[in-house]
Each structure stands twice: as structure tokens, then as C-alpha cells.
Write a protein that binds this ligand. Structure first.
Ligand code: HEC
Ligand code: HEC
Ligand code: HEC
Ligand code: HEC
Ligand code: HEC
Ligand code: HEC
Length: 232
């Protein structure tokens, strides 16, 4: 699963061929090659390569999507045919932007979210980690304090990607004790037993599978599906 061995042909004729190390782009008989230095996304949803080209970081034009197991345009990149092979590599990121990607997707020099992203990295044993939403919101994004919305998913459909935004707009959150770790064990991909959490506050008899009805799935961009965290 992923890029290796796959090819993609854009409508405009540009083709991309991937090995486990890099990409070869063919456009109008010209070949452009690049090594894939960094792969972003653990792969539950998607993977996007970040390439180092002439000393600059380039977010690749093509991403792999786990749902359909296929290659397609990276969200936010333009649909038009790229002018040349270099343009087909992707969008150059400012140094500041690229450092932001690494800031959330890598801990120190190690790819992925490691212990030190949440626990004091200098402590011999994991020091206590905060249970507050702010710890998670540092990467998963917080609501915009100047424009707090009661219905963020309607103001900006992409905001369902940012769990803290929806959660903090929920009536349930306003009760004061609900945090991300109420439902998620930060050491497991996704903790399943949410009903128990709901029932700790809502005693009324309701059918099982609370989240299925009260935390709807949303797909604000092709091939990516998120859980709307505004419980309603
Ligand atoms: C240092 C940044 C960072 C912090 C802090 C952080 N996360 Fe994440 N989290 C990520 C990234 C990046 C991903 C996506 C993994 C990927 O695809 O590479 C992710 C993925 C997840 C997922 C989805 C896993 C899956 O299997 O799809 C959950 C759930 C999650 N985080 C919960 C939390 C919770 C709860 C907290 C707070 C205790 C938290 N995260 C704090 C960066 C962070
Ligand atoms: C503020 C922290 C932050 C920054 C900056 C950031 N990411 Fe992420 N990224 C996350 C978190 C958290 C997730 C998991 C939740 C989600 O899906 O949005 C994620 C998920 C992803 C995924 C998996 C697909 C998806 O949407 O779940 C990819 C691919 C990805 N990021 C690539 C990048 C690239 C490339 C950059 C820089 C151009 C970048 N990210 C910048 C925090 C960040
Ligand atoms: C995404 C953030 C995150 C990451 C990454 C993470 N932890 Fe944690 N960890 C937490 C949070 C939050 C708690 C408190 C959870 C609770 O009490 O429900 C915790 C609790 C613990 C505890 C129990 C002690 C305590 O603080 O209550 C240990 C031990 C621990 N983590 C070890 C690790 C190790 C080892 C790693 C790396 C393999 C790791 N953690 C990675 C967030 C994280
Ligand atoms: C920490 C306590 C707490 C937890 C946990 C909690 N809720 Fe709530 N929830 C509340 C409070 C307080 C309200 C405000 C209305 C009320 O008093 O019932 C509320 C309101 C709601 C509403 C009505 C929302 C609206 O906008 O009118 C629904 C539906 C709901 N909760 C479902 C859930 C589900 C499903 C879960 C689990 C995924 C859950 N709640 C978890 C405390 C909680
Ligand atoms: C099959 C879909 C479905 C499931 C599963 C479900 N609900 Fe609901 N729930 C609804 C609908 C629809 C309403 C609004 C109509 C109504 O009031 O009955 C509602 C209303 C609510 C309300 C607000 C109204 C009230 O009675 O106070 C709460 C709180 C709530 N559900 C909690 C839960 C919890 C907790 C669970 C899991 C144990 C759950 N629901 C499972 C569909 C569902
Ligand atoms: C009331 C329970 C509950 C709380 C609180 C909660 N989540 Fe979730 N979360 C879920 C459920 C349910 C899923 C979907 C799990 C599945 O589909 O297997 C989910 C999925 C996710 C995912 C995977 C991507 C997606 O959107 O499906 C991420 C990332 C995530 N949550 C982050 C967070 C963060 C960060 C917080 C704190 C702001 C948080 N969650 C608080 C119940 C919760």
C-alpha cells in the first residue's frame, strides 16, 4: 500500500511513476526525477511526499489515499496542467511552512509523533502528560478564538478535519470535563468504546453506537473521511 510501483497519468498527459525511493515525471518527452526524502501521514488516511529540490522543500502534487488505495491530486493543489516537470513536482514551501510540517509530523529528528511530543523529552521516564485539550490542539488545531462558531462545520466544511474545533463547539464540552483523552488513548490509534463515555453524563436509555448518530462522518475533500467532533 502506498506509492511504490504505482503510476498516475494526468488528463493533460503528465505521467508519474513511483518506486520505493522516488518519482519519475514524464511530460512532453522530458523526464524529471526526484528522491522522496519524507513521507507525511502514517497512512490511515493518506500519504503526501515532501521532496527536497535544489535545497528547497516541495510538497508533492500527488498524494496516496488509503480509502480507495489510489493516487490523486494533493488537497489544495491546482487542477490545471502543470507547466513543466518541475511544476509537476509540486508546490515549493517556504522554509517556515516546511518547518511547520516537520513540527507536527516529526519529533526531533524522528518521523512521526513520538513520546517526546507529549511527554517531557528530557525526563528519564515519561513525565506526566497534560490531559487538557490544549496538548492535542497544539497539532490538531484549535478553534479560531476571534471567530468562535456554534456550527463550525457549516461555516467551514474543512474544519471537521480539526477535532478540537468541533469538540469545543459541543454542548457536551461546555459541561467542563470532556477532553480528548476521555475517548482516545493517546497511545492507541483510535479507542473504540465511546458509549461508556457518553453514558457517564447521559443516563437516559438510548440505542448503542452513540457516535454513529451523534458524531457524523464527513468527507470535506475527496478520499478523506473525518469524524465530526461537534457532538449533536
Ligand atoms: C506533535 C503533534 C501532535 C500532538 C501533540 C498530538 N497529535 Fe494526534 N496526530 C498527529 C499527527 C501528525 C497525526 C497523523 C498521523 C499521521 O497520519 O502521520 C495524528 C493522528 C491522531 C489520531 C488518528 C490516529 C489514526 O489511527 O487515524 C488520533 C486519534 C490522535 N492523533 C489523537 C491525539 C490526541 C488525543 C492527542 C492529545 C493527547 C494528540 N493526538 C496529540 C500529531 C499530534
Ligand atoms: C499544526 C500541525 C500540522 C502541520 C503544520 C501540518 N500537519 Fe499534517 N497533520 C496534522 C495532524 C494533527 C494530522 C492528523 C489529523 C488530520 O487528518 O488532519 C495530519 C495529517 C496529515 C496527513 C494525512 C492525511 C490527513 O489529512 O489525515 C498528511 C498527508 C499530512 N498531514 C501532510 C502534511 C504536510 C505535507 C504538511 C506541510 C505542508 C503538514 N501536514 C503540516 C498536523 C499538522
Ligand atoms: C499524543 C500524545 C502522547 C504521546 C505521543 C505519548 N503519550 Fe504517553 N500519555 C499521554 C497522555 C495525555 C497521558 C495521560 C493519559 C491519561 O491519564 O488518560 C499519557 C500517559 C502515559 C503514561 C502513564 C503516566 C502518566 O503520565 O499518567 C505513560 C507511562 C506513558 N504515557 C508513556 C508513553 C510512552 C513510552 C510514549 C512513546 C512510546 C508515549 N507515552 C507517547 C500522551 C502521549
Ligand atoms: C462530560 C459530560 C458529557 C459527556 C461525556 C457527553 N455529553 Fe452530551 N451533553 C452534555 C451536556 C452538559 C449537554 C447539554 C445539554 C444537556 O444538559 O443535556 C450535552 C448535550 C448533548 C446533546 C444535545 C446537543 C445539542 O446541541 O442540543 C447530545 C445529542 C449529546 N449531548 C450526545 C452525547 C453523546 C453521543 C456523547 C458521547 C459521544 C456525549 N453526549 C458525551 C454532557 C456530556
Ligand atoms: C440510531 C441513532 C441514534 C443512536 C445510536 C443514539 N442516538 Fe441519541 N438521539 C438520536 C436522535 C435522532 C435524537 C433526537 C431526537 C430525540 O430527542 O429522540 C437523539 C437525542 C439524543 C440526546 C438529546 C435529547 C435528549 O434526550 O436529551 C442525547 C443526550 C442523546 N441522544 C444521547 C445519546 C447517547 C448517549 C447514545 C448512546 C448510548 C445515543 N444518543 C445513541 C439518535 C440516536
Ligand atoms: C466523545 C468522544 C470523543 C472525544 C471527546 C474525542 N474524540 Fe476523536 N474520535 C471519536 C470517535 C468516535 C472517532 C471515530 C473512531 C472510528 O471511526 O473508529 C474519533 C476519531 C478521531 C480521529 C481520527 C480521524 C477522524 O476524524 O475520524 C482523530 C484525529 C481524533 N478523533 C482526534 C481527537 C482529538 C484531538 C480530540 C480532542 C479535541 C478528540 N478526538 C476527542 C470520539 C471522540
Amino acid at each position: 500500500m502506498g506509492f511504490a510501483g504505482k503510476t498516475l497519468r494526468e488528463k493533460g498527459g503528465v505521467t508519474y511513476a513511483y518506486t520505493d525511493k522516488g518519482v519519475t515525471i514524464t511530460e512532453g518527452g522530458q523526464k524529471t526525477e526526484a528522491v522522496i526524502q519524507w513521507m507525511f501521514g502514517a497512512g490511515h488516511q493518506a500519504k503526501t511526499p515532501v521532496l527536497e529540490v535544489n535545497g528547497e522543500w516541495v510538497e508533492h502534487r500527488v498524494s496516496w489515499y488509503a480509502g480507495p488505495n489510489k493516487l490523486s491530486l494533493t488537497p489544495g493543489h491546482s487542477f490545471g496542467t502543470p507547466a513543466d516537470g518541475e511544476a509537476a513536482l509540486g508546490v515549493v514551501q517556504s522554509k517556515v511552512n516546511a518547518e511547520r510540517c516537520f513540527g507536527c509530523h516529526r519529533t526531533g529528528e524522528t518521523p512521526g509523533v513520538q513520546c517526546g511530543a507529549c511527554h517531557d523529552p528530557k525526563a528519564a521516564h515519561p513525565a506526566k502528560a497534560s490531559k487538557e485539550v490544549e496538548l492535542c490542539a497544539g497539532c490538531h488545531r484549535a478553534p479560531n478564538p476571534t471567530a468562535v462558531s456554534a456550527t463550525p462545520e457549516m461555516d467551514d466544511p474543512m474544519s471537521v478535519r480539526f477535532a478540537p474545533v468541533g469538540l469545543q463547539a459541543s454542548q457536551c464540552f461546555k459541561s467542563g470535563t470532556l477532553t480528548c483523552v476521555s475517548c482516545h488513548d493517546p497511545h492507541q490509534p483510535v479507542k473504540a468504546n465511546v458509549d461508556v463515555v457518553c453514558k457517564s453524563c447521559h443516563a437516559k436509555a438510548e440505542p448503542a453506537g452513540c457516535a454513529g448518530c451523534h458524531m457524523p462522518k464527513a468527507s470535506p475533500t475527496p478520499f478523506l473521511t473525518f469524524t465530526d467532533h461537534r457532538i449533536r
